[in-house]
Ligand binder design. Structure first.
Ligand code: CA
Length: 704
């Protein structure tokens, strides 16, 4: 008798006392072959238990016909102790299927999705995935990983709940509700009590955490409910949730430190209610952006959101006449009421108004909202189609329908603020918001923003010691170099690392995996590029900081391979002279429209001399192509630098923000900014510069 048969017998004996389940089997399996054997004849009420351990390359397919009273179950022996690694995935097809307790990590899906509620052409209905983790299960971030969707809900009446999902850095939405098939709409899915953990900026469109529908089917209803989830650091792009269908409900969720907004992008008759948005000091944190007809936004609380423009705490967009499905339909009959805004940066009406988006909102209401603090309230188009009434603000707001009232708010933690304000205005004071510990699973650690990396100092005094210290680095290590010159081969940085001189380094750095690099008091020589960034699957975007770094001749200094992405490059008090190539050369990825390679570049107190040869390149070359408006970067700040004999200090193509402050340009050319989409935010020595619609190419220079 084989092992499988033995388990069958034992299991049958265990369930025998339960008359209702007399036919049902519980099968315990330890290998994918055993699973496949057990899964061929799944019947209603059957349970397959996966043995604890690591299941490498497990392409798990759950198909069968359960019933409401007797679902088919596949579960971990112990929740959290069954790890699917390598090339693993989960598919469900049939009815009343339940899967729980799995952890996807240390790998990537060999299929389109990690979890699909569809097996071949057979969709899943009335099925549920819960208590499951997907952690950094990224496909290689190169060409080909352009649509790495982690969870796809097909079919109808499915539930995705109490799951923990974090660390996605690949193109493609984290969770997609698919409504393109007749058998998938309306689908009435329930997405609840999940923990959506950090998803850093993608640097392109396709970084949404949830998308419901697509523009093509957006006039159909989905009727999906997204309720009581936590979104923490979900900052992939301008849309945290992209609603592209009708009749959906986004309710009672907590959005914490997440860049972007809940965007009612396409489809009508959606409801956003009773959510709490907390900025927590993070840039570009927004609230809700409204487009289309019959949208309701009520009873929400928005706290400390720093976003402006499309990432404002609240935005009502302008529409496009006779809009095609994938552009902007006019806002009609929007009802925005009883929301509370506390210390937010901006409210925007007529957002996106330009030569194409000419239709202001009509037949809409903005009433009984409460505003604490002094946001910028911007109207970019005619507001006569919005009836403002009964709103109360602590400070005067230059719109009709806002009274000044005595209002106060006290807030802290992840709960709604304590409000003192006239009754009947703003969100309900007893608003119930999901708590973090009610989401995801108890056995998998959620982000701890307080966590500090231990900083270990490693003394280095020889070439071999340097190579070894980089190779064996633990996160947060500080390598202190004895003065002198170091000759090394390629130094591959796989963990956040500081290399501190004063010293001269002849060698090259490559950042990969989870590597970040800080160089201090170092003179760099060696073959170019001195620092190269490779694509990462580590779940975080790279950070590079150069402080008091000197480079003479050669270059480029910083480049990135296709598919690599940096959160930030900071150059401070450094000197670059006579290079024949850019200091930062991030030309963007032509294959991905709107893709770019670095989110923020900050250069302060540095000197650039002699970039003026006949074939001289810009000092900073940063490109984001296309007219996409999905991202917040690249953002570039140049402050207190000196450019001497530099033909092109910067060539910034498609940057979304540029700050130039107290720089000196000596016998040098212009900072070139080429606009692709939207209105880049330009600050010149503290002055905001308004850019006209027509101008696409700006040259900024203070010539001496
Ligand atoms: Ca998007």
């Amino acid at each position: 008798m084989g092992r499988l048969a033995f388990h069958l017998l034992v299991a049958a004996a265990l369930v025998a006392p339960c008359a209702a389940l007399a036919e049902a089997r519980t099968v315990f399996v330890a290998t994918s072959a055993e699973y496949a054997a057990a899964a061929v004849s799944l019947r209603a009420g059957d349970t397959i238990v996966l043995k604890n351990g690591v299941w490498h390359d497990f392409d798990l397919n759950v198909e069968g016909q359960g019933t409401a009273s007797a679902p088919i179950t596949v579960r971990a022996e112990t929740p959290g102790q069954v790890i699917l690694s390598g090339r693993s995935a989960l598919r469900l097809g049939g009815d009343y299927l339940t899967v729980s307790g799995l952890v996807f990590r240390d790998g990537a899906s060999p299929r389109d999705e990690v979890i699909a509620f569809r097996s071949g052409k057979r969709v899943a209905n009335h099925s549920r995935v819960s208590q499951t983790v997907i952690d950094r299960f990224n496909k290689p971030r190169t060409h080909g990983a352009e649509n790495d969707i982690w969870v796809a809900l097909f079919g109808r009446d499915n539930r995705f709940d109490h799951n923990h999902v974090e660390g996605k850095i690949t193109p493609g939405v984290t969770l997609a509700v698919r409504i393109e098939g007749e058998d998938s709409r309306p689908n009435r899915h329930h997405i609840d009590h999940n923990y959506f953990g950090p998803r850093p900026p993608l640097g392109a469109n396709g970084g949404e955490t949830i998308r419901i529908g697509t523009s093509h089917n957006s006039l159909s209803d989905s009727l999906t409910v997204v309720e009581a989830n936590v979104f923490e650091g979900c900052s992939g792009e301008v849309e945290i949730i992209s609603v592209k269908s009708g009749g959906n409900v986004i309710r009672g969720n907590l959005f914490h430190r997440s860049q972007g907004t809940v965007t009612l992008r396409h489809g009508n008759g959606n409801l956003v209610e009773g959510n709490l948005f907390i900025g927590g000091g993070e840039a570009n944190t927004g609230g809700v952006r409204v487009i289309n007809a019959d949208q309701t936004v009520r009873h929400n609380v928005f706290v400390g959101l720093k976003g402006t423009g499309f990432a404002s705490a609240f935005t009502m967009m302008n529409g496009v006449p006779n809009s095609v499905l994938n552009r902007y339909h006019q806002v009609k009959n929007a009802d925005i009421h009883h929301n509370t805004f506390v210390s937010v940066s901006a409210l925007l009406f007529g957002g996106g108004a330009d030569a194409e988006r000419t239709l202001p909102p009509i037949g809409s209401r903005f009433h009984d909202n409460l505003i604490v603090g002094a946001p910028s309230v911007e109207a970019l188009s005619d507001l006569s189609g919005i009836e403002f009434s009964g709103n109360v603000a602590g400070d005067r707001i230059d719109l009709p329908g806002f009274a000044v009232g005595k209002v106060r708010a006290k807030f802290g933690g992840l709960t709604p603020p304590h409000i003192e304000a006239p009754a009947g205005v703003g969100a309900p004071r007893d608003l119930k918001i999901v708590r973090r510990e009610e989401t995801g699973v108890a056995w998998y650690t959620k982000l701890d923003p307080e966590v500090k990396t231990a900083r270990r100092t490693v003394q280095v005094a020889s070439d071999a010691a340097l190579a070894a210290a980089v190779e064996l680095a633990q996160p947060g290590d500080v390598l202190t170099l004895a003065p002198g010159r170091y000759e090394t081969d390629i130094l591959t940085v796989r963990a956040p690392l500081t290399v501190r001189g004063p010293a001269t380094l002849s060698g090259r750095f490559v950042l990969t995996g989870g590597g970040d690099l800080t160089l201090e008091d170092v003179s760099l020589t060696g073959a170019a590029p001195l620092i190269r960034v490779d694509p990462s699957d580590s779940g975080h975007n790279y950070r590079l900081a150069l402080t008091r770094v000197t480079v003479e001749g050669g270059g480029p200094v910083v480049t990135a391979a296709s598919g690599a992405f940096l959160a930030s490059i900071d150059i401070t008090d450094s000197r670059f002279a006579g290079l024949s190539a850019p200091v930062i050369d991030l030309g963007g990825d032509g294959a991905l429209t709107g893709a770019y390679a670095v989110e923020t570049v900050t250069v302060r107190g540095s000197q650039f001399t002699g970039f003026d040869g006949p074939a001289s390149k810009p000092v900073l070359n940063i490109v984001r192509g296309g007219r996409d408006e999905s991202t917040f970067g690249p953002r570039v700040t140049l402050e207190g630098n000196r450019f001497a004999r530099v033909a092109t200090p910067a060539h910034l193509h498609g940057a979304t923000a540029l700050t130039l402050s107290q720089n000196t340009f000596d016998n040098s050319g212009a900072v070139i900014l080429i606009r692709e989409a939207g209105a880049p935010r330009v600050l010149l020595d503290g002055q905001a510069v308004t850019t006209s619609d027509a101008a696409r190419h700006f040259d900024y220079i203070t010539q001496k």
